[in-house]
Write a new protein. Structure first.
Length: 556
């Protein structure tokens, strides 16, 4: 089992923090903290708990309230964080990133809590856009962990699950660091999410809704919308991007019941003055709605803090000429250029490494895969064509959870890949590996079985043919594309998959430490191609594994 657990070694105390040790290996205090964090109940256990108690959301929030009290935090203490709370299925992280960057450009000290992390767990808790340092992570981790450890006997030996612990820790960090505001991304859903313990956010946002986490949130878009609308608070303004009629009606009903003013954001074009398009730091047309949501969230936050000199803040929220519930667009010409400066790893990211170009997008819903396909085909087309015209396209893919793999792969076929590679999210096949990316929820056998199933599904789609009436339309045209023949491979880890896809031609990609027979195999077409375009998608965790290998500085 490549994911063997580290064994707990005694109770936590300031003098005994080395719970996980490797003979002869010096541990950075942050590494020790991360391995102790990994010993808590994992996200999978937490999700199972949510499934069992989702009929009583108050039970989730009551448990969170108790954990906070044990760390010395009362719920009312969170009011001073001036929180912007954002949920959604697709794009909520990007909307949060835009929002944080805009407000940081006003000179405000920002906190930002998001999930999941791609390379390091410290990415989840950011101050002024940067993951907290290893020293701060270790310091605040042990402060929270020790307080919970010391009080667990009086609370049935209870310790919070992995995600819940990090949420508590994020609140603790933001309070200790005295941030001016905190941008809070919901983990899953909204009503039952542990971030929903907050009482008085300044403003709430809902990004695009879709089908995901059906075993937790429900199997219809209406049920999912009900869960997302659970973050609305009485009297707190909320904004949503345009949604389909049925989920939008659910959001409106949720808002009306508690007297939450809900507005629908206008298209980003409404903010563009004189025909000058707003430049975004994140690629892809789908980011325009996330940027529009961020502008409204920032405007609402700044409106509450009128000591700042911000143009257009005294305009009415709505225009009588607009439909009820439609947000008023406002001028952003005098605003700092936060949209253009926004960075968000693993989303529509392009890395040029010699003859190999990596396209990395952690798309993990049907709608995000559709957006990924549009972005990749446009980006690969714009990319530099080799002098001899030879170009090879490679897909590296994996999914987790209860997601519909067949639907994802069917949408990816029109990209006309020459090779399709399937691998787990593990960076290396190793019992040690990167502590930030350890996952005790699954075994190597389980994830490899899933990869083989994905491979067979792809082969069925691309080799046996599909009824053209059922085939997806070309995202860049109107003609259904026939399935091409594709060579496929399965690897036990991302390092072997990436090395094989690039055939060692990426000057920054190290040769896998443990080579399988496939990793040593060379293919003339890949070795001799003038350009290799590799799309890594299907899972944010896979995107993180790829970035960890392609840019080692991210692990520092």
């Amino acid at each position: 089992n490549s994911q063997a657990q580290w064994h707990h070694r005694g109770a936590t105390s300031p003098s005994n923090r080395g719970h996980f040790t490797i003979p002869g290996e010096p541990l950075h205090p942050a590494t020790d903290a991360i391995r102790t964090l990994n010993s808590l109940q994992t996200n999978a256990s937490y999700l199972d708990q949510v499934k069992r108690t989702r009929g009583d959301p108050q039970a989730q929030l009551s448990a969170m309230d108790t954990f906070l009290l044990r760390t010395g935090i009362q719920v009312r203490d969170l009011d001073q964080l001036n929180i912007i709370h954002v949920t959604g299925t697709k794009g909520k992280g990007s909307a949060c990133a835009f929002t944080e960057r805009i407000l940081r450009n006003y000179g405000l000290k920002t906190g930002f809590y998001s999930s999941p992390h791609l390379v390091q767990v410290r990415e989840r808790i950011r101050i002024n856009g940067q993951p907290i340092s290893k020293e701060l992570f270790s310091k605040y981790f042990w402060q929270v962990y020790n307080r919970l450890e010391e009080t667990k006997d009086s609370h049935g030996a209870a310790m919070p699950a992995y995600f819940r612990f990090l949420t508590i820790m994020a609140f603790h960090v933001f309070l200790q660091e005295k941030v001016d505001l905190a941008v809070l991304e919901v983990g899953i859903g909204g009503a039952y999410d542990c971030t929903n313990i907050i009482r008085k956010p300044v403003v709430c946002g809902v990004s695009a809704l879709g089908i995901d986490h059906t075993s937790i949130l429900g199997d219809t878009i209406e049920k999912i919308a009900w869960q997302k609308g659970g973050i609305f608070k009485p009297g707190v303004p909320a904004f949503t991007v345009p949604q389909l009629d049925r989920p939008l009606d659910v959001l409106k009903e949720r808002a009306q019941k508690i007297s939450c003013p809900l507005w629908v954001c206008p298209d980003l074009g409404a903010f563009e003055e004189g025909g000058r398009p707003l430049r975004l730091g994140l690629a892809g047309d789908h980011q325009r709605s996330n940027a529009a949501l961020a502008l409204q969230l920032c405007r609402a936050w700044l409106h509450r803090h009128t000591h700042l000199d911000v143009a257009e803040l005294n305009e009415p929220w709505t225009d009588s000429k607009r439909p009820p519930g439609r947000a008023h667009p406002h001028s952003v010409s005098a605003w700092p250029p936060g949209l253009q400066d926004t960075e968000w790893l693993g989303r529509n990211q392009v890395l040029h490494h010699g003859p190999v170009t990596w396209y990395i997008d952690g798309a993990h819903t049907t709608s995000s895969i559709q957006a990924c396909v549009r972005w990749f085909r446009q980006a690969a087309r714009i990319g530099k064509m080799p002098a001899d015209g030879s170009e090879v396209r490679v897909l590296i893919f994996n999914v987790t959870g209860d997601r519909d793999t067949a639907a994802f792969l069917k949408l990816l076929v029109p990209c006309q890949f020459d090779y399709a590679v399937f691998c787990p999210n593990f960076t290396e096949v190793s019992t040690v590996g990167n502590a930030d990316q350890q996952n005790f929820n699954v075994t190597l056998e389980h994830v490899l079985t899933r990869c083989l199933q994905n491979q067979h599904q792809w082969q069925r789609l691309t080799e046996t043919g599909v009824d053209s009436d059922l085939w997806p339309l070309d995202p860049l045209g109107e003609t259904p594309l026939p399935p091409p023949g594709t060579s496929t491979r399965v690897f036990p880890c991302a390092s072997q998959a990436l090395w094989w896809a690039s055939q060692g031609r990426d000057p920054r990609l190290a040769t896998p430490a443990r080579r399988g027979s496939h990793a040593l195999t060379t293919f003339p077409r890949l070795r001799e191609a003038g350009a290799i375009h590799v799309l890594v998608t299907g899972s944010l965790h896979l995107a993180g594994a790829a970035l960890n290998l392609l840019d080692p500085s991210l692990s520092q």
